[in-house]
Write a protein that binds this ligand. Structure first.
Ligand SMILES: NC(=O)c1ccc[n+]([C@@H]2O[C@H](COP(=O)([O-])OP(=O)(O)OC[C@H]3O[C@@H](n4cnc5c(N)ncnc54)[C@H](OP(=O)(O)O)[C@@H]3O)[C@@H](O)[C@H]2O)c1
Length: 261
C-alpha cells in the first residue's frame, strides 16, 4: 500500500522521544518531510542524529507547546520553508500524575495549558494554510483514559476528553475543506513516560515497580507493553492519504487493554 507521503510536509510536536519520535521516524521512512519540535535542544539533536539517514527530510526546531509564541514561530517556519503543511501530529509530554485531592489550582492550570490549550493553539496555527490548500490531516495523541478514566491521572482524564470533543467537532466542521481530524489513544506503550508513571505509583503505594509492571501486563490481553513504533504506524496511516475517508475517529492502540465495546 502506498501511503502517498513522499515530500508531504508533516509537523510533529513532542517528537524528540517516545511516541512522537516513533511517528516522525515512520513518516520519514515513508518519504515525508518532517519538522520535529520539543523543548530540549539536546533531545532534538539526538533525534536528528538518530534519523540522519533521512538527511534534509528532518527539520528540528525547539518548541514548548505551552508557549503560544513558540507555536506561531514553529508553524511559520514550516510555511516559510515549504509553503504548505500536509499534516500535524499533536503530541507532548503527559501531565502530572495525581489523584483529585492532591491537585492544586496551579496543577489544573498547567494541565489545561499542556493538554488542551496547546492543541487548540496548534490547530488555530495550521488552519489557514490547510484551508488554503483544501487539504490536511490533524492527528492528536491522547490516551485510553479518554474512554476509561485512570484514577491517578485526573488531569489527563479531564482535559483529553475535552480535546476529544473538540476534535470530533472539528472533524465535522473542517470536512468541507478536506481537512481530516482524528486521534490515537495509547494504552500502555513502552516509553519514558510509562517508566515515570510506574515510579510514581510505586512511591505512592509502596508496591515495588516490578509488581506494578507485572500487574500491568496481566491486564493486557496481548501480554506485553506496546512498542512506540506500533503507535507511530497508526498515527502515520491517519496522517496519510491512505486514510482519506477516516475522520472524527479516536483509535485505541492498547493490546486489548480496555474491555468496553
Ligand atoms: N506511553 C504511554 O503508554 C502513554 C499512555 C497514555 C497516554 N500517553 C500520552 O501520550 C503522549 C506521548 O507519550 P510518550 O510516552 O511518548 O511520552 P514521552 O516519552 O514522555 O515523550 C514526550 C515527548 O514530548 C516532548 N515534550 C514534553 N513536554 C513538551 C512541551 N511542553 N512542548 C513540546 N514538547 C514537549 C518531550 O521532549 P522535551 O522534553 O524535549 O520537550 C518528548 O519528546 C503523552 O502526552 C502521554 O501522556 C502515553
Amino acid at each position: 500500500m502506498d501511503l502517498n507521503l513522499k515530500q508531504k510536509v508533516i509537523l510533529v510536536s513532542g517528537g524528540s522521544e517516545g511516541i512522537g519520535f516513533a511517528t516522525a521516524k515512520t513518516l520519514a521512512e515513508e518519504g515525508a518531510i518532517v519538522m520535529i519540535g520539543s523543548r530540549s535542544q539536546e533531545k532534538l539533536n539526538h533525534a536528528k542524529q538518530q534519523l540522519s539517514a533521512f538527511g534534509d527530510q528532518i527539520i528540528i526546531k525547539p518548541l514548548d507547546v505551552t508557549n503560544p509564541e513558540n507555536i506561531q514561530a514553529w508553524v511559520a517556519t514550516a510555511v516559510a520553508q515549504f509553503g504548505r503543511i500536509d499534516g500535524l501530529l499533536i503530541n507532548a509530554g503527559g501531565p502530572k500524575p495525581s489523584q483529585f485531592e492532591q491537585l492544586t489550582e496551579a496543577d489544573w492550570q498547567t494541565g489545561f495549558e499542556l493538554i488542551l490549550m496547546s492543541a487548540i493553539r496548534m490547530i488555530y496555527a495550521v488552519l489557514p494554510i490547510m484551508k488554503q490548500q483544501q487539504q490536511g490531516s490533524i492527528v492528536a495523541i491522547t490516551s485510553s483514559a479518554v474512554k476509561e478514566p485512570i484514577s491517578e491521572l485526573v488531569l489527563s482524564n479531564v482535559f483529553r476528553t475535552g480535546l476529544t470533543a473538540l476534535l470530533k467537532t472539528l472533524s465535522r466542521d473542517l470536512a468541507q475543506y478536506q481537512i481530516r481530524v482524528n486521534s490515537v489513544l495509547p494504552g500502555r506503550i513502552d516509553t519514558e513516560r510509562i517508566k515515570k508513571l510506574d515510579e510514581s505509583r510505586a512511591q505512592q503505594t509502596g508496591i515495588s515497580i516490578t509488581q506494578i509492571q507485572q500487574a500491568t501486563l496481566q491486564n493486557i490481553p496481548l501480554g506485553r507493553l506496546g512498542n512506540p513504533d506500533e503507535m507511530g504506524k497508526v498515527a502515520t496511516f491517519l496522517l496519510s492519504e491512505a486514510a482519506s475517508y477516516i475522520t472524527g475517529q479516536a483509535i485505541l492502540v492498547d493490546g486489548g487493554l480496555l474491555k468496553g465495546l
